[in-house]
Design a protein around this ligand. Structure first.
Ligand code: THU
Length: 130
């Protein structure tokens, strides 16, 4: 069983660190790792707008810096603490570290990554080409 409430609380906490002076749209992300750890992140914007790092990107950096492992479940929230559906680029980032089985809590309920990013390109595709 996934403790979605705990993950949402962690994402809300992370959103408080957001650096979002341009959009004024803070985002927090939190993920459960296969070993039980919880990792989180916030969005970090840039004066060169297109270089903005999403909260999921920050969370994935936190995942790797705290020892790696597979993401089992993840979610992100806006500044009101409400669930957000991850952007397309972030689905790709999450797919790398959780694969098809990663569960994402969206405003429409929990969905596996295989639904959120069908036919995703990932590490297995590179292996097949070698
Ligand atoms: N944002 C995220 O952090 N994650 C998403 O999945 C969607 C968008 C951020 C980027 C930008 O700082 C702000 O939300 C407004 O687009």
């Amino acid at each position: 069983m996934i403790d979605w409430k705990l993950l949402q609380d962690e994402a809300i906490l992370a959103s408080k660190f957001a650096y979002a002076p341009y959009s004024s749209f803070p985002v927090g992300a939190a993920g459960l790792v296969s070993d039980g750890r919880i990792v989180s992140g916030c969005n970090v914007e840039n004066a060169s707008y297109g270089l903005t790092l999403c909260a999921e990107c920050s969370m994935v950096s936190n995942l790797i810096m705290s020892g790696g492992g597979r993401l089992v479940a993840a979610l992100c929230v806006d500044g009101k603490g409400e669930l957000l559906s991850p952007c397309g680029r972030c689905r790709q980032l999450l797919f790398e570290h959780g694969g098809d089985e990663l569960q994402l809590l969206t405003p429409s309920g929990a969905q596996p990554m295989s639904v959120m990013l069908p036919w995703g390109f990932g590490p297995d595709d590179l292996d097949q080409k070698k």
